[in-house]
Design a protein around this ligand. Structure first.
Ligand code: ZN
Ligand code: ZN
Ligand code: ZN
Length: 87
């Protein structure tokens, strides 16, 4: 059982990705990403911790938005940054 309380605070509908073509911040900087994560609070698309710039984690640290899901095809897991667990 998940102990994450943040799932219940997410919007009822998954927000549309703001930049479906890739990491919003990498696109702005011209940097590259490895894998993508979608913020389930606001629709920010950021890159994973295997990417050089780690924008998904940076987005959490800047905004406090707790949960991302994988934005990779065929993956539907969610990760809570606060609890540091799959939710
Ligand atoms: Zn949580
Ligand atoms: Zn990035
Ligand atoms: Zn967000």
């Amino acid at each position: 059982m998940s102990t994450c309380e943040h799932v219940a605070e997410l919007p009822a509908d998954t927000p549309s990705p703001r930049t479906p073509e890739g990491c919003e911040d990498c696109l702005a900087e011209g940097s590259r990403w490895v894998h993508l994560r979608l913020c389930l609070t606001c629709g920010h698309v950021g890159c994973c911790d295997s990417s050089p710039r780690r924008h998904a984690t940076a987005h959490f640290e800047a905004t406090g938005h707790p949960i991302v899901r994988s934005f990779e095809q065929g993956e539907d897991w969610r990760w809570c940054f606060v609890d540091e667990q799959l939710v």
